[in-house]
Design a protein around this ligand. Structure first.
Ligand code: SF4
Length: 388
C-alpha cells in the first residue's frame, strides 16, 4: 500500500476485495436494475451499461474450490473450476444473468455449468470469431456485436439507444485512459503504486460503474506522489489471460528484489489496452475495438498472421527497459501453454532472462517461487554493466 492511502483509494480497494458489497449497494440505488456476470476476455461492457445494467467481470473469488472439483475435471484451469464452484455453492446468485463473448474451451465449460445448474437463468454466449485475417471477419464481428446488443435489450427490457451507447463508450474510455496513465508512469520509472494497488484499481474498474470509478480514482490519485526510479531489477509480468494473479504472489515478486514495471496481464495492460472509437456507428466501433485489441496486445486465443505475442513482448520489454520477464501461467491454461515455447524462444534469442511460474487457484508453493525469483533477480543483476 501507499504510505498515505486516501479514503477514495480505500474505497476502491474495498470494492476490489468485496465486489459483493458494491453490487448490494448498486442494487439498492438502482431498484429493478440488472446485474450481469461478465466472463473474460472481450465482452463489450458498454452495451450492457447503455441498457442501464451493471456489467460485473466475475473474479476468481479466492475461496477454496469444493464442489467445482466434481463439476469440471482437474485439468480445467483454476479460474474455471472456481467459477463452477461459485455457481454450485450459490455464490453466483449475486448475478441476474451470465454474458460472455469468448471461446476458450475451458471458459465455455464453466459457462455450461452455469447453464446446467441454473436453468432459469439467462446464459448468453456471443461467440466473437477468433480468426482475425479472414475477409469476412470484420462483418462477422459486427454481426455478433449486434446480436449481443439484441440479447441485452431482450434481457433488460431496455433499448440500447445510440446516444446512451456513445456515452457509455466515452465513460469506459475515460476510465481506461486514466488507469493506463498509471501503467505508463510505472513503465517510465515513476512507480508510486505497487502491483497489488494497481491490481485493486483495475479489479474495482471491472466491477464498478465507470463514471463512479473514474471519479473515485481521480480523487485517489490526488493523494499519491510519484517516486523516482530505484535500482531494483525491472521485471515484466506476462500471462494470466483471464484472472488476477494472487496478491501474495505479487508481493513475493517485489519482496525478492524486483520491481514490476510493465505487464500484459488481463488485470493489467491487456484489459485496458484499447479504447473504442467515439465517432461513427457505435456497433461498428465496438467491432473495431475487438479487432484492434488483438493488435495492441496479441492474444493466443486468436489467429492473426500480422500480430503475435512474442513480437509484442520483445517490444514491450525494450520500451519499459525491463531486465527480466516472469511468465505467470495458470496451470492447464491451454492457450498460454501452446504459445509459451514461442515466447521462450524469442526472449532467449534476445538474451532476456526469464522465469516461468505455474500458478494455481490454491496451494501455490510461494517459498519455492521466492527462491526462483531471487535467482532470476541475481541473473539479471549480473548482466548489468560494472562501473569501476
Ligand atoms: S484462457 Fe486460460 S485462464 Fe482463461 S479460461 Fe481459458 S484456460 Fe482458463
Amino acid at each position: 500500500m501507499t504510505d498515505a492511502p486516501s479514503e477514495a483509494m480505500e474505497r476502491l480497494v474495498g470494492v476490489a476485495r468485496d465486489p459483493r458489497a458494491y453490487v448490494g449497494r448498486w442494487r439498492a440505488e438502482h431498484p429493478g436494475g440488472a446485474v450481469l456476470a461478465i466472463l473474460p476476455m472481450n465482452f463489450p461492457r458498454e452495451l450492457a451499461h447503455a441498457a442501464g445494467a451493471l456489467p460485473v467481470i466475475v473474479q476468481d473469488d479466492q475461496e477454496p474450490i469444493t464442489e467445482g472439483r466434481a463439476l469440471l475435471a482437474e485439468f480445467y484451469c483454476g479460474y474455471t473450476r472456481n467459477l463452477a464452484d461459485q455457481v454450485a455453492t450459490g455464490r453466483f446468485d449475486l448475478y441476474d444473468a451470465v454474458f460472455t463473448a469468448d471461446h476458450c474451451i475451458q471458459l465455455i465449460g464453466a459457462t455450461e455449468i452455469a447453464r446446467t445448474l441454473k436453468p432459469d437463468t439467462t446464459v448468453f454466449l456471443g461467440m466473437l470469431n477468433s480468426s482475425m485475417n479472414d475477409s469476412w471477419a470484420p462483418a462477422k464481428v459486427t454481426e455478433t456485436m449486434a446480436e449481443i446488443r439484441a440479447e441485452i435489450e431482450r434481457f433488460t427490457g431496455n433499448p440500447v439507444e445510440q446516444g446512451a451507447l456513445r456515452q457509455s463508450i466515452e465513460a469506459y474510455n475515460r476510465d481506461r485512459r486514466l488507469i493506463r496513465q498509471l501503467l505508463d508512469a510505472r513503465s517510465a520509472g515513476e512507480a508510486s503504486l505497487s502491483p497489488v494497488e494497481l491490481q485493486d484499481i483495475i479489479v474495482s474498474s471491472m466491477v464498478m460503474d465507470p463514471v463512479e470509478h473514474h471519479a473515485l480514482l481521480f480523487e485517489a490519485l490526488a493523494g499519491i506522489h510519484r517516486t523516482e526510479r530505484d535500482d531494483r531489477v525491472r521485471v515484466h509480468l506476462s500471462g494470466h489471460l483471464c484472472h488476477a494473479p494472487r496478491r501474495e504472489l505479487l508481493e513475493v515478486i517485489e519482496d525478492s528484489g524486483a520491481i514490476v514495471v510493465d505487464d500484459d496481464l488481463y488485470h493489467g495492460r491487456r484489459y485496458l489496452s484499447t479504447d473504442v472509437e467515439e465517432e461513427g456507428d457505435p456497433i461498428a466501433a465496438l467491432a473495431g475495438w475487438y479487432a484492434r485489441r488483438n493488435v495492441t496486445i496479441p492474444c493466443p486465443t486468436r489467429v492473426q498472421q500480422d500480430a503475435d505475442w512474442d513480437t509484442y513482448l520483445l517490444e514491450a520489454v525494450r520500451h519499459s527497459g525491463a531486465e527480466a520477464v516472469i511468465h505467470l501461467m495458470p496451470k492447464f491454461c491451454e492457450p498460454h501453454m501452446l504459445y509459451y515455447p514461442e515466447l521462450r524462444k524469442a526472449l532467449d534469442a534476445a538474451e532476456v532472462p526469464q522465469l516461468q511460474l505455474e500458478t494455481e487457484h490454491e496451494g501455490m508453493p510461494l517459498e519455492s517461487f521466492r527462491t526462483r525469483i531471487e535467482a532470476l533477480v541475481e541473473r539479471a543483476l549480473r548482466r548489468r554493466p560494472v562501473h569501476v
